[in-house]
Ligand binder design. Structure first.
Ligand SMILES: NCc1[nH]cc(CCC(=O)O)c1CC(=O)O
Length: 320
């Protein structure tokens, strides 16, 4: 509701037309099943898409990371607005930072709540690499439920998306931001998708005013990676495409065309076993894609390299 309200305001601003919010509860909102079981099939998305197809709403707002990678022919992503903070964050007891938490739990082993195989894989891999032990505990529920486990002392910390907390004005709960060098976010994390039916050219054009081409290129590359790995949104896959700032003066390797700096997009990807014992983590760079196909190619190239390193064998856990 919070993120849809923000999009509604933005749409009103660019179109000069009022927007009415229609509340729809999805299976993902009410089910307490583990995401590893129900994820990947659009549990947060399906009910909204049905409402679109029935003509009950004109457009829908999704968290982009919840969208299945296959796009239905009847629907279009009219806009991908500028991305929020893509990082995962820690909400820990005693305002602890991640490194202090895992080094100094009174029980010896920090208990960290997250239902996402991707987060488990990378948290466990980090702990192993530093000779530490942590316990990842599968949890689900809304922000209050998840933070409540820390308040009640049942868990030492929970991991959440920064974007979700920011959008509901709860970023003050964050005790540490997890560097994307340690924990790559889910493909599309922090971005929104504004979707409508394919027939309405006028609406598509109006919503398109909110599109941010750089965010769209980044999430297209991330999702192409996910699709090419044949993984769903609950698989232990992280990906982030960004445009690293060019350092001045220009260094070797920076490309120029007619004196113009061509910015590079970097795509990083990770796949791992949830126990963190094995990770395949690679990155690639190329000129910032200026076509949909170019963005898809960036993701597919990295996926091929990750598959060559054995990525497919690490994703068998997703059905558990
Ligand atoms: N898996 C559910 C979900 N889908 C989008 C967000 C957060 C907002 C975002 O990533 O844009 C969350 C919660 C979370 O991962 O903590």
């Amino acid at each position: 509701m919070a993120q849809s309200g923000q999009v509604a305001d933005a749409v009103s601003q660019v179109t000069g037309r009022p927007v009415e919010l229609v509340e729809i509860t999805t299976y993902g909102d009410t089910s307490r099943e583990h995401l590893a079981q129900i994820g990947g099939t659009g549990v947060f998305v399906a009910a909204l898409r049905e409402a679109l197809l029935r003509g009950e709403v004109d457009f829908a707002v999704h968290s982009l990371k919840d969208l299945p990678t296959a796009q239905p022919a009847e629907l279009v992503l009219a806009a991908v607005p500028e991305r929020e903070d893509p990082r995962d964050v820690l909400v820990a007891r005693d305002a602890l930072k991640f490194t202090d938490l895992i080094a100094s739990s009174p029980t010896g082993v920090a208990r960290i709540g997250t239902g996402a195989p991707r987060r488990m894989a990378q948290l466990n891999a980090y702990a192993r690499a530093h000779g530490l032990e942590i316990e990842t505990v599968p949890i689900r529920g809304n922000v209050d439920t998840r933070i409540g486990y820390v308040r009640d002392g049942k868990l030492d910390a929970v991991v959440l998306a920064a974007a979700g907390l920011n959008r509901i004005g709860r970023s003050d709960e964050v005790t540490d931001f997890l560097s994307v060098d340690t924990i790559l976010p889910a493909p599309g994390q922090g971005a929104l998708a504004i979707e409508c039916t394919a027939g309405d050219a006028e609406l598509i054009a109006a919503l398109g005013e909110l599109d941010d081409p750089l965010t769209r290129a980044a999430v297209t590359a991330e999702r192409a990676l996910l699709a090419a790995l044949e993984a769903g949104c609950s698989a232990p896959v992280g990906a982030l495409a960004d445009v690293p700032p060019l350092s001045a003066p220009l260094e070797r390797g920076d490309s120029r065309t007619d004196g113009q700096i061509v910015k590079e997009m970097r795509l990083r990807g990770v796949v791992g076993t949830t126990d963190g014992s094995t990770l395949v983590q690679l990155s690639t760079t190329g000129p910032v894609p200026d076509t949909h196909e170019g963005a898809l190619a960036l993701g597919r190239v990295l996926a091929a390299e990750m598959l060559a390193q054995g990525a497919a064998g690490l994703m068998g856990e997703r059905a558990q």
